[in-house]
Write a protein that binds this ligand. Sequence first.
Ligand code: RTP
Ligand code: MG
Length: 139
Amino acid sequence: MRSDRTFTMIKPDAVAAGHIGAILAKINEAGFRIAAMKYTQITKEQAKKFYEVHKERPFYDELTDFMSSGPIVAAILEKEDAVAAFRKLIGATNPAEADEGTIRKEFAESMSKNAVHGSDSDENACIEGAFYFSATEVI
Ligand code: RTP
Ligand code: MG
């Protein structure tokens, strides 16, 4: 399992607020290389599949409604220890607890509308990247 890749989505709240460019700039400045990128919108069914690990959680329905509510940017990013480095860059799930300088501190509205997703393990980064990109779409 490679450890230099993670998967991210710029979520519908941040896309709707016009933050795609600013968030990509922070990702660039932090030294991530973009290996794949797509502007797209997923259906409720696709969101339920993507977030299947959370299906027993109380926020599953709200989360999958939200993630299918508007366009997103999906991307595979490369950097050494990508998963941990990217989760540090995005900050805590709840923006009220996110450190200064993190993407969620700057751009997230709330716990549910929290601007970005970042994979939580190398294995999930691989699974989540494959959900959006075929092998030939990863450069
Ligand atoms: P993500 O997967 O989006 O990078 O966020 P995360 O690891 O920090 O958080 P996770 O526990 O995986 O939860 C996935 C997303 O579900 C929403 N959530 N809402 N209302 C709530 O209590 C609640 N808890 C989680 C968030 O949008 C979170 O990013
Ligand atoms: Mg997560």
